[in-house]
Structure formats: structure tokens, C-alpha cells
Design a protein around this ligand. Sequence first.
Ligand SMILES: Cc1cc2nc3c(=O)[nH]c(=O)nc-3n(C[C@H](O)[C@H](O)[C@H](O)COP(=O)(O)OP(=O)(O)OC[C@H]3O[C@@H](n4cnc5c(N)ncnc54)[C@H](O)[C@@H]3O)c2cc1C
Length: 810
Amino acid sequence: MVDLPTTARAVIIGGGIIGCSTAYHMGKLGWTDTVLLERKKLTSGTTFHAAGLVGQLRTSANITQLLGYSVELYKRLEAETGLQTGWKMNGGLRLACNEARWTEVKRQATTAKSFGLEMHLLTPQEAQDLWPLMTIDDLIGAAYLPTDGQANPSDITQSLAKGARMAGVKIFEDTPVTRVIVEDGRIRGVETPFGVIECEKVICCAGQWTRVLAGSVGVNVPLVSVEHQYMITERIEGVTPGLPTLRDPDRLTYWKEDVGGLVWGGYEPNPKPWAVKGIPEGFHFDLLTSDFDHYSQFMEDAIARVPALATAGVKQLLNGPESFTPDGNFILGEAPELRNFYVGAGFNAFGIASGGGAGMALAEWVAKGEAPYDLWPVDIRRFGKVHQSTDWVRTRTLEAYGKHYTIAWPSEEMQSARPTRRSALYGHLQAAGACFGEKLGWERPNWFADLSVGEKAVDVYSYQRPGWWDQVRREHLACREGAVLIDQSSFAKFVLKGPDAAKALNYIAAGNVDRAVGSLTYTQMLNARGGIEADLTVARTAWDEFYIVTGTGFATHDFDWISRNVTGNCQLVDVTSGSAVLSLMGPEARNVLALVCPDDLSNEGFKFGTARRISVAGCSVLALRVTYVGELGWELHMPTDVAVTVYEALMEGGGVVNAGYRAIETLRLEKGYRAWGADIGPDHTPVEAGLTWACKMKSGVDFLGRAALAAQLSGGVKKRLAAFTVDDPSVILLGRETIYRNGERVGWLSSGGFGHTINKPIGYGYVRREGVDEAFMTSGSYELEVASERVAARLHLGALYDPTGARIKA
Ligand SMILES: Cc1cc2nc3c(=O)[nH]c(=O)nc-3n(C[C@H](O)[C@H](O)[C@H](O)COP(=O)(O)OP(=O)(O)OC[C@H]3O[C@@H](n4cnc5c(N)ncnc54)[C@H](O)[C@@H]3O)c2cc1C
């Protein structure tokens, strides 16, 4: 019998490293009325059998920062709690055995530099000096991160738990949460065999049990269990305690020292899902049956790398289940489906590395109502309805697991669980040569092959110019010179309706949306710090109705942001699937549309920045005169059942070219349009991003974030977004390249690509410096570090193409 409190402010479910780290940080934040409930014993889920490697570098600056926080915490935890953690900062090595991998590693070294993380490129011999047991005959080079390390997962977790208790958080073992009590859509508490604890907030850190537990209250957490194995050897001559951790991605394996022997594991391309029919009752401190046959696929490659392995004794082939997710990233944040229900789960075999930082971020999210900084890559709102299907999640997750160590090609698409969501035009586009990509389950045309000359609609990836370069160039130039049609049906679309809609929306939009019916507004939505939470287009379709359009991937996030911030009598409805979108763009767009539309399309009759219902091929279409590619054009929004009719009519006149998302990207880079999630996000304000013009600062109207913007306008900013070009067209910019001003590191690129009209590589990035202004930015001379080499660059503050906007407003 456990003597539980009857109330608590917050209840954490799960005593693995994530739950304990969250509890530790809740304590630090003064939330001492927090209770952690563990169904069995602390660490008894997945944590106790982790290998304990702690790496830090990720492709996002903020996630790298989060992992860096883990290292800082692990360094000092033992001194604070008196409990050992096994933390050892022995550094981490990463090997490259082919040219593409070497480019990847060099780009990672540049990324590390951008994010302020130390990472050195080594020759094969230098790498062997650090890791004498390995062969290097196939090595091109290696990278070394001196601040990476390893830890004892159980000890760290116990140490975090002790720190939490020291702060006043209560921890109960052998206390399963049998039900989360929700009444009238609100959390009331949690139920256990020993009674109910009433609480305001529930923080679900239940590892691989999370999907089912959260699902019981309608919260979707897309993770599944997958078997993961590593081998523990007896002592091996020459294995020393200071041996760095080693990742050998071309041989799909990782290595670390363990009591004089080696622990080594791998990511097989054919992973084994576990607990497909549910996790067995009572599973704790349990391991799965070692599968030597399955593991044998690594043996030959591993022995070739570490010959001593051939004669080493094997202590154990450990097989443990871990939760993995469809995109290989963990899941953090407040559930969009249920207020005050927070999730920290799905750690994809880097939960020990992330544990410290993830617990910190989750605790802050709970205590302060928002994440400490932009965590979009791991935000629970990056998922959508497609992730409600466990079959879909499992299929995609197994692919992601299998690609853990394969080269992460620029613009690489996943292949599994496709197609799922198809626009009405899918068949037409396929017949026209579309090479599709996938986002939130949607099949979207990325580019079109010319089937008549034998081109194949297949992506050929490269760190140099990719296989679709010429086709995207063709579509890009067609948009600049003629007219293109792009299926953008996957756009997320919402309707906000009600007598209070205008007032409510105008408060959360930085731009002025309370304008005449038929007006169209490009606007950001800001948090109280002025950070950009959403970037979207709003059409006023009636005095009490707004039609809102945002990016495909932001459907859940933006719906959540709007619905949690609007007040009064209005309702937000997601109409994405019912509404198809065809974007007709280019200087010939008006002439093309006029062939099938009797309405007045003249500039006077249908101005830029307005929305009207028009008739296209006899179908009623909501036309938005807007552009993301920098040309005259319309986004045509229509019921999905007329999309084929409209598409066929527009194509019939001839002269219209199919285009896809990769051309949209090259076009928007030239025109300087920002991409949310890359160039702008919750950590960037419109002042910093050069979007003050889109905010209603000159009006007397208050809006969310206004005060923060006003403070920046008078007091200055610490970073400003600029465009960069490189004169050499063969340079490949992908984003994350380091920006140097007068030889000094001042930031990194938030996006990178190529402009086919200006025929130059283009990047966007923030120049970071206290009080940075235009004079500072334009007075420097710039370089970009690309794959560890510096190239000269030019900074631009305006659009690179059509700076006055004359072509759009024609
Ligand atoms: C073989 C293997 C090797 C790994 N190696 C590494 C590595 O080298 N580096 C690294 O960073 N990561 C590694 N990992 C990953 C790491 O172990 C996990 O990411 C991490 O332990 C996940 O922690 P967690 O707290 O999310 O889950 P868990 O440790 O599983 O904790 C969840 C807890 O919730 C409890 N719980 C569930 N349901 C309830 C309920 N209803 N009521 C109360 N309690 C409940 C469970 O009993 C469990 O204790 C490895 C994983 C495996 C399998």
C-alpha cells in the first residue's frame, strides 16, 4: 500500500530518464508540488539497458543546444546529488569511408561551428591515434567532438531522481497510473490502485507505453517499439577507459568502452518491430531474446573495423525495446488535443543524450506555458491525422530506423507508407511525369520529368547538383517567363467563423485583417515575446468569416495556436481535405485564366491582395491574388470535386507548364519570401526578420506581441535576417553554412538553395550581434563556410529578383 497525496499541481507518469529529468527540473523551477508515479521501479522500462553514448550534434541549432545542456548537467550532477552518474567526457569520433559521407561529415563540422560546438576534422591516422584498435585502410577522414561522452543511464536517472527529491518532488514506485481522469474535456487527475490524485497538469513520460496511455484520453503520440541490440564483449587488450565513443555510419555501427571491453551496436536496414499486439503485462527490467542471426549481418563489417573482435569473448548480446518515431526525432510539448496534458516520449535511442535537456525544456513548458526556445523539430504539433494510424506510424518508423546511419541526402524523401493522402489531381500529375514528395501524408509534386524525351520521375540525390536540377530550372524559368500550374492542395486551410471572428483574429494577427470583405492579408501571428508562431494568409470571405491558409506541415501547429488564442464567439474549422488548391503563376497567368474565366481579371478589377469568387470552367472558385514565387498569379481554392475540371480547363489552352515544390523553393529564395520553421519561427520577430512592414504598428490597434515589437523598434535587436549570394554557381548551399563578417563568425544560414534566374546560390541567415543594424550589416565583407571551406559572399537586404514588386502587381 502506498500513501499517496490526494492532490498535486502536476503529476509525472513514468520514472525513466525523461520523467526523472522532468521531475528534477520541475523542482528547480519551484514546482515542488509535483508527484512522479512509476508503475514498477525507476529505470525499469527502457532506460536501464541503454548503451549510454551521449552525442550532441543535430541538424537544428536549438536541439543541439538542448543536447549540450544535457552534457553541462551531467558534468555537475554528481557533485550536486552525491550520486554517481558514470559521466565521462571522452569525446566522440565519426568516420567517413566514401566521398559523399566525407562531404556529409565536413558539412556537419561546419554545422557544429555554426552552432558553437567544437568539432575537428581528422586524417585517418589521427583518428587511429585516438582509437588504436580500428583499421583505417578504407577511411577518408573522421570528425572528432571532444565534448561528447558517455554515461551510466541508470545512475544518471537515480541521480536526477535524488535531485528532484532534494527539491521536494515526491516520487512513488510500484504505483501505476491506471487512468487519466478527464471530465468535460479537462484534466481532473490520475487514478492509481492506491487512490486518485487530483491535479492540474499531467506530464506523460511513459516511454513506449505512452502511445496507448495518451491515446486513452484522445492524445495522439506517434511512436512504436522496435528491437535494438548491442553486444558486450569481455575485456580486450588495448581498450582503455579514455577511448572515445565511435560511430562508423558506413558500417552502420557504434562503439564505446565498457569495463575494459567494448559495447557495440548497430542500426540494421531490416529492423524488427516489437509488441505489435501490445506490450506484455508486467514487462519491467526485462530484455528480449537475443537474436544472433539477425545481428550477424553486422559481424563481418564490424570485425573488419575492429579485428580484435574476432577473438574477443562475448558477455551478452543485449536486445531491448525502445520507442522510435516516424521522423527519428522525439516528441515534446503540450498535446494539441488536450490542454494541460504534456508529453515527453519517443526518444529513438538517444534518450540518454537528450534526457537532461528534454527534461529541462518540458518542465519549462509546463511551468511557463511555452518552450524555453523554438523546439519545432521535436514539437508534438508537427504530426497530424495521418499519424493516428499505428500501421502508418510503424511502417514509416521502421524506414526511419533503417536510415539512422545512412547518408542523409539533401531533400531526401521517405519511401514507405506511401501514397496515403492524394489530391484529386494525383493521377493527372503522375501521367504528366510528377516526381512526388511527401509531407504530413500528402503526395505532392516536387518536380516533373519530361516523359516524352525519356526522363524518369525518380530523385537522384547528391551533395553536388542533384538529379532534378535541370527539370526544376525548366519549371523555374517557365514561371518567370510564361505560366505554371502547381497543385498545392495540401495547404492547411481553416475557416474562422462567428460574430467575434474579426476582433479575435485581429488581436492574434500582427497584420491588419479587420478590413473589407474580399481583402487578403499576409500576416504573422506572434507570441508575447514577438516571436513568429505562424506565418499565413487570411482572406475575409464575409463580415463574420475568414479563410486562413498556411503550410502543409503546420496544420496541427497553426490550428492549435489559433484555437487556443482566439476568444469570444467564433469557431475554427479545419477544411483542408475539402478544399483543393491550384496555383497559377507567371506573367502569362492572367491570359491563361481569362480563357476559361468570364470575370474581370484586370489589375483594376482584381487587385493584388484581394480574394474573390470567380467562375473557372463553370466551377465556383475562391481566387486569392497572392504569390509565394514572386510573379503575377492566383491561388485558386475550390471544392476537391471540381479540381480535375478546373485543372483540365487551365491546361487545355496550352502554354501552361506543370511545376512542383522544388521550383517553389528556388523561386521564393530569389524573391526573399521567408519560410516558417527555417528563416522565421518562435525565436525570431518580424523586426529581426525584416517583416515589420507586415505588422500594424502604425495603427493604434493592440495585438499579441505588439509591445515586444515596439521595444525592439526603439531599443534595437541582436540579430537581423539578410540574403547572401555567392558568385560561383557551382557552390551548393543547403542551410546551416557559417556566416563570417570581416573574418568573424556572426551566424549561420537558415535556408540555402539556388536562384535559376539570377544563376547564383542563395542563402538566408541572421547576422547576430548586439545592436545590429543596416549600417553594420552592409559595411562588412562576407564569407560563407561551406563543407568546411570558405567562399566569398555578398549580403543583400532586399529581394534578389524584382525588388520593387512590379511584376507581381502588374
Ligand atoms: C539497446 C538500447 C541501447 C540504447 N543506447 C542508447 C545510447 O547509447 N544513448 C542514448 O542516448 N540512448 C540510448 N538508448 C535509448 C534510451 O534508453 C531511451 O531513449 C531512454 O531510456 C528513454 O527513456 P524514457 O524515460 O522515455 O523511457 P523509459 O525508460 O521506458 O521510462 C518510461 C517509464 O514509464 C513507466 N510507465 C509506463 N506506463 C506507466 C504508467 N501507466 N504508470 C506509471 N509508470 C508508467 C515505465 O515503467 C517506465 O519506467 C538505447 C535504447 C536501447 C533499447
